[in-house]
Ligand binder design. Structure first.
Ligand code: GCO
Ligand code: MG
Length: 412
C-alpha cells in the first residue's frame, strides 16, 4: 500500500489551520494536523515543497521508518516547523494504518488504559465576578478541572483573559480566549510581574472559597517569570492545592527549574513549545516537572510524543498535552487516542473549538463525566469537509507580543 498523494489544506474557519491529507494507492485517506499558530504558512510550505515529493511512492505502513527518514534524513533536526510537519505525516499514517486494521487508533497503541481522558477547560474573567461566572459555566457543562486566568489590576490586557466581545460568545459566560488576532502585525500587551505576583494568590483563595476543595484548578504563567519569582509564586499557591502551575519560566534553560523545584511543592507543567524528547532531558531525568505539555501536533506526531511519554513514565512524569484551539480537531483527536492508551496519562487540555471550526473538522469524540473518549470508528474518527474548507481562505494572524511598562520587550 503506497502513498499516492499528499495534499496540504490551509483553511481559516475563524482561525487558521494547516492539514495534511495522505491518500494511498488503495484509496485509504489519512489526516494529520500541522497548525503552528502565527507561522502556519512555513509548515504548509515545508510539507508541500519538501516532504510531499519524498512521500509519494513510499510504503504507507512503514511509520517508524518514515519518521526516521524525515527526522534524521533531513539533516536539520528538531524545531517547531520541522516537528509539526513530521507530526502531520506521522498522524496521517497512523490514521491510515488504523483504518486498514478496521480499529480505532487507540487499539493499535495498546488499547484503552482508562475509560476516558480527564480534560480541563479555560475559565477566565477580567475580574472575580466574571471569572466565577466562567467557572460556574464550565462546571455546569461537566468539566471537573478548570484553568484559572484573570485580569491583573493596573494592566489592560493579560494573557488568558478573553476580551469583552469574546465574552459575549455562546451563552455569554464562556469567555472564549483566542490569543491570535487577525491582523498583519502582532498586537501588543503590557506586563508587570510584581503586580501579577501580588494578585494571583488572592484569586485562587477566592476561587477555592467559592467552589470548594474538589474541583481541579490549574494556572498558566506563560513563560514570564524568573526562577526565583516562579519559586515564590509556586510557594504562595500551595494552600490552594493546584493540579498544576504551567510554564513558569521560559524553560529552554532546563537547569533553571532546579531552583523552582527546591522551593515549592506546587506541581509543575512545562513544554507546549517543546518538540522533542531532548528538550525534556534534564527536566524529566531530574524530576524537575510533573507534566509534559507537548501535543501530538507539535512534537513529531503519535510516534514523537509516545517517545517523550515513555521516557517521562520512567520518572513518574505524566502527560498534559497542549489542547488550545490552535491544535485542530484532528490534533485533538490524535491526542485523545494516545492519552487513552498510555499508562502515564495525566490530563488533556480541552479548549472547545468554535462551531465554524467544527463544521470543517468533524470529530467523533465524546465529552462526558469531565472527560473525552474517542469513538470506535476505525482510525482517528475525524471527517474533513474539504469543500467547506476551501471557502475559508488563509488570513494573516499573529499571537500578541508583550512589553514591560517601561517598554522592554518581554516573553509573551
Ligand atoms: C495554553 C497555551 C495557549 C498558547 C497558544 C499559542 O496553555 O493553552 O499557553 O494559550 O498561548 O496556544 O499558540
Ligand atoms: Mg500554556
Amino acid at each position: 500500500m503506497l502513498i499516492a498523494s499528499a495534499d496540504v489544506i490551509v483553511t481559516s474557519p475563524g482561525r487558521n489551520f494547516v492539514t495534511l491529507k495522505l491518500t494511498t494507492s488503495d484509496g485509504v485517506v489519512g489526516w494529520g494536523d500541522a497548525t503552528l499558530n502565527g507561522r502556519e504558512l512555513s509548515v504548509a510550505s515545508y510539507l508541500r515543497d519538501h516532504l510531499a515529493p519524498l512521500l509519494l511512492g513510499r510504503d504507507a505502513h512503514r511509520i517508524e521508518d518514515t519518521w526516521q527518514y524525515l527526522y534524521r534524513g533531513g539533516y536539520w533536526r528538531r524545531g517547531p516547523v520541522t516537528m509539526a510537519a513530521i507530526a502531520a505525516v506521522d498522524t496521517a499514517l497512523w490514521d491510515i494504518k488504523a483504518k486498514v486494521a478496521g480499529l480505532p487508533l487507540y487499539q493499535l497503541l495498546g488499547g484503552a488504559s482508562r475509560e476516558r481522558c480527564l480534560v480541563y477547560g479555560h475559565a477566565s474573567g477580567k475580574d472575580l465576578p466574571e471569572l466565577f461566572d466562567s467557572v460556574r459555566a464550565h462546571l455546569a457543562e461537566g468539566f471537573r478541572a478548570v484553568r484559572i486566568q484573570t485580569g491583573v489590576p493596573g494592566l489592560d490586557s493579560v494573557y488568558g483573559v478573553a476580551s469583552s466581545e469574546a465574552a459575549a460568545v455562546g451563552d455569554g459566560t464562556r469567555y472564549d480566549y483566542e490569543p491570535a488576532r487577525r491582523s498583519p502585525r502582532p498586537t501588543e500587551e503590557s506586563w508587570d510581574t510584581r503586580a501579577y505576583l501580588r494578585h494571583v494568590p488572592s484569586v485562587f483563595e477566592a476561587v477555592r472559597n467559592e467552589f470548594g476543595p474538589e474541583v481541579a484548578l490549574l494556572h498558566d504563567a506563560h513563560h514570564r517569570l524568573t526562577p526565583v519569582q516562579a519559586a515564590r509564586l509556586g510557594r504562595s499557591l500551595e494552600p490552594y492545592d493546584l493540579f498544576w502551575l504551567e510554564d513558569v519560566t521560559p524553560a529552554e534553560n532546563q537547569e533553571a527549574l532546579r531552583l523552582v523545584r527546591q522551593h515549592t511543592t506546587t506541581p509543575l507543567a512545562i513544554g507546549e513549545v517543546f518538540n522533542t524528547v531532548w528538550d525534556y532531558q534534564t527536566l524529566i531525568r531530574e524530576q524537575l516537572i510533573d507534566y509534559v505539555r507537548s501535543p501530538v501536533t507539535h512534537a513529531g506526531g503519535i510516534t514523537g510524543v509516545r517517545r517523550i511519554l515513555d521516557y517521562a513514565g520512567m520518572y513518574q512524569v505524566k502527560s498534559g498535552m497542549h489542547g488550545p484551539t490552535d491544535v485542530s480537531p484532528i490534533g485533538l483527536s490524535a491526542a485523545v487516542h494516545l492519552g487513552l492508551a498510555v499508562h502515564n496519562f495525566g490530563i488533556q487540555e480541552y479548549m472547545v473549538h468554535s462551531e465554524r471550526t467544527g463544521e470543517v473538522f468533524g470529530t467523533t469524540l465524546d465529552f462526558s463525566g469531565g472527560g473525552l473518549r474517542p469513538s470506535e470508528e476505525p482510525g482517528l474518527g475525524v471527517h474533513v469537509d474539504e469543500e467547506l474548507a476551501a471557502r475559508y481562505e488563509y488570513e494573516p494572524a499573529y499571537l500578541p507580543t508583550n512589553r514591560l511598562l517601561d517598554g522592554t520587550l518581554h516573553d509573551w
